[in-house]
Ligand binder design. Structure first.
Ligand code: PRP
Length: 181
């Protein structure tokens, strides 16, 4: 596919092959940790769906899935920290081993909010797997149980992640310098 990014302002941070290899490793680790259990994977829309689709196909487990739609107020490259649910879960998570699937853990505000909302629904356990982690941006002390890649404070798109709702379909993760004009 022709690259739709302006390469003067963007470069590949994580090539598709490297992502695929890491997703396999994460799936092996998760399959081991949840052995003899049937985890319930909750993908956080929209960014997580590409990662979740690849991850679940590598799991050596019986797993079920659901999706939670989240909107954080704010535009461009930063979020204000205010979060609201735009699409709730379809089924109860009470008594389930829940594994939240995220594309990126940034300030931590979204997952901090999600933890409160989901723990109130009494799952048996609640863990987080995130493809990308930017610990240098954290403003709330939350941690992921499984991290694909720890990355520096660069703006990233591709493999589900967007900039202005574009670029989610790119197979690589790119770092971009958003234009200031
Ligand atoms: C991203 C990501 C997380 C959140 C993490 O979603 O999918 O949900 O930001 O940021 P935080 O740790 O600073 O709260 P985004 O708001 O970009 O929406 P999208 O998934 O629909 O692209």
């Amino acid at each position: 596919m022709h690259n739709i990014l302006d390469e003067a302002n963007a470069e590949i941070l994580l090539p598709a092959k490297k992502i695929a290899a890491r997703v396999r490793e994460l799936a092996t680790e998760i399959s081991r940790d949840y052995r003899n259990q049937s985890p319930h994977l909750i993908g956080i829309l929209k960014g997580a769906w590409v990662f979740m689709a690849d991850l679940i196909r590598q799991l050596d487990l019986e797993a079920t899935v659901d999706f939670l739609g989240i909107a954080s107020y704010g535009t461009g490259t930063t979020s204000s920290g205010e979060v609201k649910i735009t699409k709730d879960l379809d089924t109860s998570i009470e008594g389930r081993h829940v594994l939240v699937v995220e594309d990126i853990l940034d300030t931590g505000r979204t997952f901090h909010y999600l933890q409160e909302v989901l723990l109130a629904r009494q799952p048996l356990s609640l863990k987080l797997v995130t493809l990308l982690d930017k610990p240098s941006r954290r403003v709330v002390p939350v941690y992921a149980d499984y991290v694909g890649f720890t990355i520096p404070n660069v703006f990233v798109v591709g493999y589900g992640l967007d900039y202005g709702q574009q670029y989610r379909q790119l197979t690589d993760v790119w770092s971009v310098r958003p234009s200031t004009s």
